[in-house]
Ligand binder design. Structure first.
Ligand code: NAP
Length: 351
């Protein structure tokens, strides 16, 4: 049986689209992603990138405050058990916010499958897709809300120590015992690098920011905060030559190479290596069937609409947005995509 609407992805865009579509009686099916080791390593687990963060201070409607009572009334025990304990937090956390959104979507009848879409055929309607778990699904209309994932430099030694000290998410991994009271390095010069470095100062003895230029790309306020922190030292004009380590112990250090004098190298002791060098949209599974931008994000083909180049396929959130990349903008575009999908289905006589 063909679904009317399948929503692929489960960040703020996916759940906002699900909430609006469910309340429009479209009985949406949300394919939220799979809980696989590969998704853990890539940072593409269900509930999106917000599931990998701590406090969310800028999502409207969640001012600082203790949400414990509200969470207990809004979520069931299973949901609560899934949310990592974050003692000392004074506002909503990313995982809490995402579980609240998911619950809001299921409260209105969204059905959820915990699996990855690995292939899709958009050549004719109903669209057909297959999941990692081996199930097949068909839909008259699709909203792609698969978000984006963190980038790595791509050097062999970096790959070799993933989950053994190499990470792209300080907030997910920073509190691990291996990083406590030891030096760590953060690669990048944008806001993410500043944010991750500041976060890591809570645990590490020292945080080196490794940046390839002599000036940060980060916003002034974030850069100033990082530079003012006595635990942070910046290694300007350097890049990572190799991550040093051992199979059993993981990361033990890095060898830096100057980007100015290419013969100049330096070794630093470090128990952790955190990549903070931007993101890549999760569009591979579309296999070229939807028009992308030069940075591989989905292109919205109509101004102020979420239409893609394929009739009946809409896109929402970071998978189509390399500019704003905020939870609130992702949720806003998820709402837009559901309204666009509902109107489009109506025009096809399906809804
Ligand atoms: P970004 O702004 O694109 O910065 C990426 C950084 O990584 C740049 O400094 C870049 O160096 C460096 N880089 C990229 N590829 C590299 C490579 N191959 N080798 C070495 N260095 C490399 O990405 P972002 O920091 O993730 O931020 C993305 C967006 O999210 C921005 O708009 C940012 O403002 C926003 N954001 C906001 C907050 C906040 O407000 N709290 C927090 C995080 C992110 P170059 O500078 O030399 O290009």
């Amino acid at each position: 049986m063909s679904e009317r609407l399948i929503i692929i992805g489960s960040g703020p865009a996916g759940w906002a689209a699900s909430i609006y579509a469910a309340r429009a009686n479209l009985e949406p099916l949300c394919i939220e992603g799979a809980q696989t080791q590969e998704n853990y390593v890539q940072g593409t687990l269900p509930l999106g990138q917000l599931a990998l963060t701590t406090e969310v201070e800028n999502y409207p409607g969640f001012p600082a405050g203790d949400l414990k009572g509200f969470l207990k009334t809004a979520l069931d025990e299973n949901d609560l058990a899934m949310i990592p304990s974050v003692e000392g937090m004074h506002t909503v956390t990313g995982p809490q916010l995402m579980h609240l959104m998911r619950r809001q979507a299921t409260n209105f009848g969204t059905r959820v499958i915990t699996d990855d879409v690995v292939s899709i055929d958009l050549s004719q309607r109903p669209f057909k897709m297959k999941t990692l778990g081996g199930t097949s699904h068909e839909a008259e209309c699709v909203i792609v809300a698969t978000g984006a994932r963190a980038n790595y430099l791509g050097i062999d030694s970096e790959h070799a120590y993933k989950n053994k000290g190499v990470s792209a998410c300080a907030v997910c991994d920073g509190a691990l015992p291996r990083f406590r009271n030891k030096p760590v390095v953060v690669i990048g010069g944008g806001d993410s690098a500043m944010e991750e470095s500041l976060y890591l100062t809570k645990f590490a003895s020292k945080v080196y920011i490794i940046h390839r230029r002599d000036a940060f790309r980060a916003s002034k306020i974030m850069a100033e905060r990082a530079l003012a922190n006595s635990k942070i030292e910046v290694k300007w004009n350097t890049t990572i030559d190799e991550v040093l380590g051992a199979d059993d112990e993981g990361v033990k250090g890095v060898r830096l190479r100057s980007t100015v004098d290419h013969d100049k190298t330096e070794e630093l002791e470090a128990s952790g290596y955190f990549a903070a060098i931007g993101h890549t949209p999760n569009t591979d599974f579309l296999n070229g069937q939807v028009e992308l931008t030069d940075k591989h994000y989905i292109r919205w083909v109509k101004p102020f609409r979420t239409n893609t180049s394929v009739e009946g396929v809409f896109a929402a959130g970071d998978v189509a947005d390399d500019y704003y990349r905020q939870a609130i903008t992702a949720a806003g575009s998820g709402c837009m995509a559901a309204l666009d999908a509902e109107r489009w289905l109506g025009m096809q006589g399906v809804h």
